[in-house]
Design a protein around this ligand. Sequence first.
Ligand SMILES: [Zn+2]
Length: 262
Amino acid sequence: MAASMRELRDQAREHLGWENRAPERYDIDGIVRDAWINGNGSEETWKTAVEKHHRRFMVGDWVRITVAEDGFTEHHYGPIENFRKPDGNYYRRNVARPHAAFVHPEYTHSHVVPLTDLVEEITDFEIITEWSEVHEGGPQHNYGVYSCMGAHGPYAPPAKVMVIHKISGRKKRFCNDCNTPDYRARFADEALHFQRNSRQTISELRANPELIAGPTTEPGRSWEETPADEYRSWADAFPWLVPAAAAAAYTEWRDQRTAVAA
Ligand SMILES: [Zn+2]
């Protein structure tokens, strides 16, 4: 006797488990139908069915959206609240391939974003788990061990991971409990705030990259930082925010000074 639909579903879930896939992220009935009922059950048919019925995004998944605001490209993070049809309406039942997601990040208005424009938040971070790397150069007063920077108050446990925000290169150490999409998004939001606070400087350097290569002293006022010095200290603090042309001008300025000094 042929296996019942229920048995086939269980088998499919089991197969997915062997492949280290989370069954809840797949349309099980779709896989059973394509691989085993209509399909010939071969490894190739299975693979195609699994790929076709994978739900890349689900409600509650944290995603990054890219928003253009006043000439600045911003990254915003939030969980998917629901899915929308091309006409903006809700779906009445679960669909494997929804058109768009509704996301309401903390620092921008809510957006309906086509699924093709969504990015899993985790792709914006590198996660280091090697203890020696996580605690490299750790604080002496704490036996060289960094504490978690999550919300623990004064008694934070040791950090277990180092999270690197790829775009900014900034690093933050967390325990496993705090290494969540929520905390990672807040960490990325810090870079967003630096960007927002630097808009004026970025605009000035976009318009005139050479400002960053100006003199370090002004006649008779050698004790004061010049405007160019201020651009340079800003660039040292936020290298990922420096417009490309200004970054090139800064490198050239630095090389010339090294050459003169040598
Ligand atoms: Zn923690």
